[in-house]
Design a protein around this ligand. Structure first.
Ligand code: HEM
Length: 457
């Protein structure tokens, strides 16, 4: 079936963007197309068609694992150039996907988060120390930059016992810069016009990818003498699959790169958007603060336990609402297992991809008539129970959904609570949201100034 041309998508809006290309913000361009042309459309670029959907009924069908599966589309094919058969970019039928999935799943069960909790707390103290300095000197903090420092150190230490020490220098760790350039290369490569020369960009990419691999080899080598441990690397180096097999060295390297990227880039964006919305919504901020104050009281340096983080339910709602408006891994793709009709009207051949545009799914009528409004009460347990589970997909769907979801939510919830308990967040620059795209999404140039709270605040 791979040789068959895609089935015709007659009847769907077809928008050819070849004249302008996808630009620096392809995801937001696709959102704009969807706003204008509706929740199912075909975007044509240099003769290549991509089907985008955000309609709830269509997404509900696409979530049916008997009919559809994850598709490694052109963007992930590019990422494969540096993560190969790591979990995120592996093909469904690559043996290393199931092997690594089965070996690593226990490390991501909710209970395992207890193991990571102390490290997450330790790294949030690094961020707080750095923000205390900024508060003291009155200088603004670079929110996405610092969130990225925090999440990289967390996944490095919790996953691999490796310390990136991101708060020690004024520049981000070179691993972050190389990784962001690799992601940007993956994204920009999608927009290439046929026949143009990209050898310089490709050589720069190759150098960055080699550097990532070298950092990861150092991370692995640092553990050579004592591979055991209940972190991810310990599992990868020592655990056996029930069928007796183990992960090979090349695959472990791919997994470590995958986790270092997947484990920090999206979480840092999610926390940055949450802080952005808190800075803009004083009434919501007040509720988050009350929740934190109820738990931490007047403690100068509260150290929440694992279970206490689970009680920060409103803070968790705020994160969900931020992920609704700006899901930081904003699109995921599915393909039909067999020739089929999507929604009874869109013919698809086996293997033909469909991309779910999560930010637009998250603005469909099921979310009410003011979907742009930031309102965490959309995520009360009652509201969630009344809504289709397919209306909210920031972590993808099915067996290829995000393995690190609990990890991200635990880390982010604890940090947000600690921050609102400690500081008043001052939107000193009257920040206007600009969303930067590097395959993932971040609020660009978002800074805050901080004022330590006194018990009177
Ligand atoms: C997969 C989002 C945090 C590791 C995914 C997918 C999404 C996603 C949408 C599915 C992609 C697809 O279908 O193609 C997010 C978001 C996060 C987050 C929004 C933070 C707010 C994390 C963390 C980790 C992680 C903290 C690791 C510690 C992974 C891995 C996969 C994945 C390994 C691939 C799973 C597989 O296919 O077996 N994530 N993620 N993610 N995520 Fe996350």
């Amino acid at each position: 079936s791979a040789l068959l041309p895609p089935a015709p998508t007659d009847g769907l809006p077809l928008i050819d963007i070849s004249a302008t290309g996808p630009g620096p913000a392809p995801l937001q361009q696709a959102m704009e197309l969807s706003r204008r042309h509706g929740p199912a459309l075909v975007r044509r670029l240099h003769g290549r068609d991509a089907l985008f959907v955000s309609d709830l009924d269509l997404v509900t069908e696409l979530a049916d694992e008997t009919r559809f599966a994850k598709h490694v589309g052109p963007a992930l094919e590019n990422v494969r150039a540096f993560t190969a058969d790591g979990l995120f970019t592996a093909y469904n039928d690559e043996p290393n996907w199931a092997r690594a999935h089965d070996i690593l799943m226990p490390a991501f069960a909710l209970g395992s988060m207890r193991t990571y909790h102390p490290v997450m707390y330790q790294v949030s103290r690094r961020l707080i120390e750095s923000w205390d300095h900024a508060a003291h000197s009155g200088s603004p903090v670079d929110v996405p930059g610092d969130m990225t420092r925090m999440t990289l150190d967390t996944i490095g230490l919790a996953g691999f016992g490796y310390d990136f020490g991101s708060f020690e220098g004024s520049e981000p760790h070179p691993f972050v810069e190389a990784m962001v350039r690799c992601l940007e290369w993956s994204m920009k490569r999608l927009a290439r016009t046929p026949g143009s020369d990209h050898s310089a960009a490709d050589a720069a990419f190759k150098a960055d990818a080699d550097y990532l691999a070298q950092v990861v080899d150092d991370v692995i080598a640092a553990r050579a003498d004592a591979p055991e441990g209940d972190d991810l690397l310990g599992l990868m180096l020592t655990a056996r699959h029930p069928d007796g097999s183990a992960l090979d060295t090349a695959n472990i390297r791919n997994q470590v790169i995958t986790f270092l990227i997947a484990g920090h880039e999206t979480t840092s964006g999610a926390m940055s958007f949450a802080l952005y919305y808190l800075a803009k919504h004083p009434a919501v901020l007040d509720l988050v603060r009350r929740e934190a104050d109820a738990l931490f009281g007047d403690a100068a340096d509260p150290e929440p336990t694992f279970d206490e983080v689970g009680r920060l339910t409103y803070t968790r709602q705020v994160l969900n609402e931020a992920l609704r408006l700006w899901p930081t891994a904003a699109a995921f793709s599915r393909h039909a297992r067999e020739d089929t009709l999507l929604g009874g009207r869109i013919p698809l051949r086996a293997g033909q991809p469909v991309t779910v545009l999560a930010p637009m799914l998250h603005r469909q009528p099921v979310w009410g008539d003011n979907p742009e409004l930031f309102d965490p009460s959309r995520f009360t347990p009652e509201a969630e129970a009344a809504r289709s589970p397919h209306a909210f997909k920031p972590f993808g769907t099915g067996e290829r959904a995000c393995i690190g979801r609990q990890f991200a939510l635990h880390e982010a919830t604890m940090l947000l609570a600690l921050l609102v308990h400690r500081y008043r967040l001052v939107d000193h620059a009257d920040y206007d949201l600009t969303v930067k795209e590097t395959l993932t999404l971040k609020p660009e140039g978002f800074t805050l100034t901080l004022v330590p709270r006194t018990s009177a605040d």
